[in-house]
Design a protein around this ligand. Structure first.
Ligand code: PNS
Length: 163
């Protein structure tokens, strides 16, 4: 069984993430989308909400499952029999940091990282930018699944704008 992980914060999942997950699912027997539980950084969505959105939008991919993890990614890989980390690279700037993490993860646990060029349609899409645009009522529907666009609208409608 060749198993890979697509790790991230996924706050929230974007079409760019989903494109990488879908492509990875064609290369591996199983892909685990793993949401980092970050105690020191509250997200817009709770980890459970992110998992629920991820599970719904990745449902068309039969060999993709979602999970959450805390601590080192390599430890999560070892306990789930995962041999590779798949990361999307949008622009050259992404690569500098991703390369450092890949080298650290290989050194820590012998886990390989595969870089997948982001589809150019999504090269400017990030969860933070999506949140910024959605917060002020901008249209994010081309960049996120419909479910996520709706959840963003609901969430920001219930939050004070000045936050
Ligand atoms: O979506 P993000 O926030 O860019 O994802 C970053 C993530 C979750 C992939 C990275 O922060 C991570 O792997 N964190 C787990 C802790 C860890 O293993 N750190 C050492 C990596 S070199």
């Amino acid at each position: 069984m060749r198993r890979a992980v697509c790790p991230g914060s996924f706050d929230p999942v974007t079409n760019g993430h989903l494109d990488i997950v879908g492509r990875a699912s064609q290369m591996f027997d199983e892909v685990v989308v793993a949401v980092l539980i970050n105690q020191s950084k509250a997200g817009l969505f709770s980890v459970d909400e992110r998992l629920e959105m991820l599970a719904t939008v990745s449902a068309p991919y039969a060999n993709v499952r979602v999970d959450a993890f805390q601590g080192l990614l390599v430890d999560f890989c070892h306990s789930n029999d995962i041999s590779a980390i798949v990361k999307g690279v949008r622009v050259a700037g992404d690569f500098d940091y991703e390369l450092q993490m890949a080298q650290m993860n290989y050194g820590l646990g012998g886990i390989e990282t595969l870089f997948m060029p982001t589809n150019p349609k999504y090269s400017f899409v990030s969860s933070s930018l999506i949140k910024e645009v959605a917060k002020w009522g901008g249209d994010v529907s081309p960049h996120v699944p419909d479910l996520v666009a709706n959840r963003l609208r609901e969430r920001f409608a219930s939050l004070p704008k000045a936050v």
